[in-house]
Unconditional design. Structure first.
Ligand SMILES: Nc1ncnc2c1ncn2[C@@H]1O[C@H](COP(=O)(O)OP(=O)(O)OP(=O)(O)O)[C@@H](O)[C@H]1O
Ligand SMILES: [Mg+2]
Lengths: 309, 256
């Protein structure tokens, strides 16, 4: 059509405007593609990566056992960490000053001490406290065990990781609880609910919905934090790989094996988090809907997508 | 409780926020089955008074009696003790409250909102609670919305669910704090209709409202508040038609 005088223009109601062009997206996309291509070529052609060795060890029993241990550590540390975190958050918001102070001290300590120091410390607890017993202080003892029996590398690892997590989790859970409006608590109170009932039935379920993304984030962090347990000679994923390459000197391929597994696990966790988020918010659970939300950004879309929600 | 004891009695109630005295020596009495409407300009202390009745706010001095029993405090011998939150919860079961902003539980459907307190507080069987909740939702005209979440309901519908939720605890008394102020004008009528029906059923109600027609038609007792004091009270016919105080006259001239 080219240059046309106003009279030769088609009817505005009969035509659709040409969508806005985004040349920068094409240029940026091409540049990104080039970098990815060069990177992949480096991975494929570099002999030092020894892909056959990587393939050989990916599913070796030693690595898989380490992988299982990494998962178990992550899972247990998160469960204990979150459980203690909920208690700490509730204590921190309590009207009881003793609870508030205790919770503050706990958070201050376990957030301040590096997890690596804690792991070593818990492992060597026997040097400080040789025996652990349950009984009446200064009175009869009902049960006693030597600390050396109780503290294995595994229990030391769980203690160190879970206690660190509890401090971070409690601050996050506290923010989630405080995000629930006072109106909710007042409405529940006027129905005659007790404090515990309000917390359990009204506040925490709503806070949990807000907290799913940060909990998912913490879980992925924890997955990687568990690699610290190699200082306790606990054969998790990384330490298993290290043990193999200390025998075979195939350092790079085995680190790649561990890297690939960490990436696979964090991908699975990312999907799991999105799935749970969808479920709790009552959004469609079809795989395509969950997948498409992974990349979606509504930041610049000015329209409100749904009238109320 | 003798026949002479009003269902709710307020004696010399005062409350300040910092240096600002919001309520000054309020005295009130509400008989069982009576509807009391409280009107007054913004900031006159109506919400604060209502919230003192069920101790959402703690009064600085004065007392509230529910069926002759002091609210929020208890006698042991000659000593008066403050009640804990959980002791207070028992008294609050007998006073329902409806808020301007509905405050439905957003993670629960309309039906789940209504059955929550009967199950958790009164330990009712779920099936029984559901049957009762369905009857209540029917009563507020929302039987077909039982499985909707609050975000899927209009403001008027949300407020009616909130009323049903309070009624599910079978309270002796219902408190309403401007239940229609957050609603679009065309939704006000449906909520007022539910409240009228409730009044006709003989529910004792204390209603803070700006709806003068509701006050005129439904209230047995109208209270006009300004700057933390009750300026004038009586039957709405008298207060609305023949206000004695200049402040009442000025207020009524503005709102009617
Ligand atoms: N929590 C609070 N802290 C400090 N001041 C408050 C608080 N709640 C209420 N006030 C003040 O007390 C006064 C009375 O408030 P109240 O909400 O009882 O008025 P109201 O009559 O309900 O007004 P409205 O018609 O606008 O709802 C107002 O000046 C208000 O600013
Ligand atoms: Mg108010």
């Amino acid at each position: 059509m080219g240059q046309s005088s106003p009279s030769s223009r088609p009817d505005i109601h009969a035509t659709r405007p040409v969508p806005v062009r985004h040349p920068a997206r094409w240029i940026g996309g091409a540049a990104l593609f080039l970098f990815v291509f060069l990177f992949v070529r480096l991975l494929v052609t570099n002999e030092n990566l020894q892909w056959p060795v990587v393939a050989h060890y990916m599913l070796s029993p030693e690595i898989l056992k380490g992988l299982g241990r990494t998962l178990l550590l992550t899972f247990l540390a998160m469960i204990f960490g979150l459980a203690i975190g909920v208690v700490l958050a509730v204590m921190r918001l309590s009207s009881n000053p003793v609870f508030r102070a205790a919770s503050w001290l706990w958070i201050w300590f376990f957030r301040g001490v590096p997890p690596l120091v804690q792991l070593v410390f818990w492992y060597n607890l026997a040097l400080l406290i040789p025996t652990v017993s349950i009984g009446i202080p200064f009175g009869p003892q009902f049960w006693e065990a030597s600390t050396n029996q109780l503290i294995t590398p595994f229990s030391a690892a769980i203690l160190g990781l879970a206690l660190t997590e509890s401090a971070y989790a409690s601050e996050m859970i506290r923010a989630g609880i405080q995000a629930i409006s006072v109106g909710q608590t007042e409405a529940a109170a006027t129905l005659g609910m007790t404090r515990a009932q309000i917390l359990r039935r009204i506040v925490l379920p709503q806070a949990l919905r807000i907290l799913i993304p940060p909990i998912g984030n913490d879980t992925i962090s924890m997955l990687k934090f568990t690699s610290l347990v190699s200082v306790l000679a606990l054969p998790d994923l990384l330490y298993s790989a290290q043990m193999i390459y200390s025998r075979t000197y195939q350092t790079i391929p085995l680190l790649i094996v561990a890297t690939i597994w960490y990436l696979i696990l964090s991908t699975v966790l990312t999907f799991a988090e999105h799935y749970i988020e969808h479920r709790l918010n009552g959004r469609p659970l079809a795989l395509s809907a969950v997948l498409s939300s992974l990349f979606k950004s509504k930041f610049w879309s000015l329209r409100r997508h749904e009238a109320r929600s | 409780m003798t026949a002479a004891t009003p269902l709710l009695k307020v004696e010399r109630l005062s409350k300040s926020f910092g240096t600002h005295q919001v309520l000054r020596n309020i005295d009130l009495a509400i008989e069982a089955g009576e509807v009391m409407c409280i009107v007054g300009p913004s900031g006159s202390g109506k919400s604060t008074l209502l919230r003192c009745l069920n101790y959402l706010e703690t009064p600085d001095s004065g007392a509230v009696f529910l069926a002759g029993e002091p609210v929020g405090v208890r006698w042991r011998g000659a000593t008066l003790y403050e009640m804990s939150f959980n002791e207070l919860a028992v008294q609050r079961q007998r006073m329902g409250m409806v808020f301007q902003s509905f405050n439905l539980f957003p993670h629960k459907t309309a039906l789940e909102n209504v059955i929550e307190a009967p199950i958790v507080v009164k330990r009712k069987k779920k099936a029984e609670a559901i049957t009762e909740a369905e009857a209540l939702l029917e009563k507020v005209g929302l039987a077909d919305r039982a499985h909707y979440y609050p975000r899927q309901l209009s403001g008027g519908q949300q407020q009616r669910v909130a009323i049903a939720r309070s009624l599910a605890m079978q309270p002796a008394l219902m408190l309403f704090d401007e239940p229609t102020s957050a609603l679009d004008p065309e939704l006000v009528g449906e909520v007022l209709a539910v409240m009228r029906a409730l009044a006709e059923d003989g529910m004792t109600m204390v209603v803070v409202t700006h709806e003068m027609s509701f006050a005129r038609d439904v209230a047995d007792h109208l209270v006009f508040m300004d700057q933390g004091v009750i300026v004038e009270e009586g039957h709405p016919r008298d207060v609305l038609r023949h206000p004695r105080h200049s402040r009442t006259k000025a207020f009524l001239a503005r709102v009617i």
